[in-house]
Design a protein around this ligand. Structure first.
Ligand code: UT7
Length: 338
């Protein structure tokens, strides 16, 4: 079936001028984890598809440094003067400080002196939410050039005595420079963002004792560390992932063969494979790097996009679908003609 692309909304198109990413150099392998908690490489790989993940040196690295480096690389790739950036949005739930925002600090670090800046909290959806917000702001004519970053240093909020969470998560940042284009067919063709706060207790980071809901009172993870009801989130994710992609395909009248690439949150390879098989995508249409980087929350989609972009594997002739879901609970899709 031939694709019927929705007409672009607004007066302008949006072009991705460049991408960047950053991961810490320290590798935490499944074998390393097996020395820390009761687990093994086979269990982790069979249940998640992960072999290793990157974790920050807590003395020198974290959300600020990873976001800054990813943004700096995206600016370099886009070959723009950082002073021309109007706005920096950083999607993260692991900011070192809530004030100032990570976005303010990284704007200053890369020399984006004219930019407004704010952080956006949507857990694993951080990158796709920022992508959607930035596209809408550029299309409306209010902003010309927006830098987006999705980043989480999950190692800063993981309890490494908890085998239910420590095996899954890693640290990463992905960034992109979005800019106004006179071609209105370029940019986001369809976007959707959703949330259901009624089930927030299945994935959260409590600050105080009173943040902990009664049903999680037995959980021994410290305050400030991630708590996750893995099976509950898994059930939600398996269904939501497929639903969100099918909704995006239906709204844009795109069939499986019309889509060039699905760039999705690297939650768990079983979740990705289940959706891919149900919808009928080929393996090459759905990029997977979870084996090497684990689940890096808001960092994952931007990291995948940058790796594909640098490898020349992002198709310009066919639309690309970005998709994510995560804590909140939240979910999001974004269909792009690049
Ligand atoms: O990023 C977005 C949000 N997060 C997600 O999308 C994560 C969604 N959830 C998951 O990916 C999976 O639930 C996990 C990977 C976290 C866990 O996998 P699972 O297949 O759901 O395992 P389970 O919690 O159902 O546990 C199965 C068994 C249990 O043993 P029994 O009760 O069957 O004897 C666990 O105690 O596996 C045991 N187990 C482990 N064994 C070895 C749990 N964690 C481990 C472990 N190593 N790390």
């Amino acid at each position: 079936m031939s694709a019927q692309i929705l007409p672009s909304v607004g007066s302008f198109g949006v072009r991705i001028a460049g991408t960047g990413s950053a991961v810490p150099s320290q590798v935490l392998s499944n074998a390393d984890l097996a020395r820390m908690v009761e687990t093994d490489d086979d269990w982790i790989f069979q249940r998640t598809g992960i072999r290793e993940r990157r974790i920050s040196n807590p003395d020198t690295e974290g959300t600020y440094t990873l976001s800054r480096d990813a943004l700096g690389r995206a600016i370099e790739a886009a070959k723009i003067d950082p002073n021309t950036i109007d706005l920096v949005i950083c999607g993260t739930c692991t900011m070192e400080m809530s004030c100032p925002s990570t976005a303010c600090r990284i704007s200053a670090a890369v020399g984006a002196k004219s930019a407004a800046a704010f952080d956006l909290v949507a857990a694993c959806c951080g990158y796709v939410y920022t992508l959607n917000v930035a596209d809408a702001l550029i299309r409306s004519g209010s902003y010309k050039t927006i830098a987006i970053v999705g980043c989480d240093a999950m190692s800063s909020i993981i309890d490494y005595t908890d085998r239910g969470t420590s095996i899954l998560f890693g640290d990463a940042a992905g960034a992109a420079i979005l800019t106004r284009d006179t071609d209105r067919t370029k940019g986001c063709l369809y976007q959707h963002m959703g949330a259901d706060g009624s089930d927030w207790g299945s994935l959260y980071i409590p600050r105080r004792q009173r943040d902990i809901p009664p049903q999680d009172a037995e959980n021994r993870n410290q305050l400030g560390k991630l708590r996750m009801e893995g099976r509950e989130v898994f059930k939600f994710a398996v269904n939501k992932f497929r639903e969100v992609i099918e909704d995006a395909m239906a709204k844009t009248s795109l069939g499986v063969n019309d889509i060039g690439q699905v760039i999705c949150h690297q939650s768990n390879v079983r979740i990705i494979d289940a959706a891919r098989e149900r919808i009928g995508f080929d393996r090459e249409q759905v990029y997977v790097n979870i084996d090497r980087f684990g689940n890096s929350s808001a960092g994952s989609v931007g990291l995948c996009f940058d790796q594909l972009w640098k490898a020349g594997k992002v198709p310009c002739e066919k639309p690309v679908v970005f998709v994510a879901f995560g804590g909140g609970l939240t979910w999001a899709s974004s269909v792009w003609q690049l």
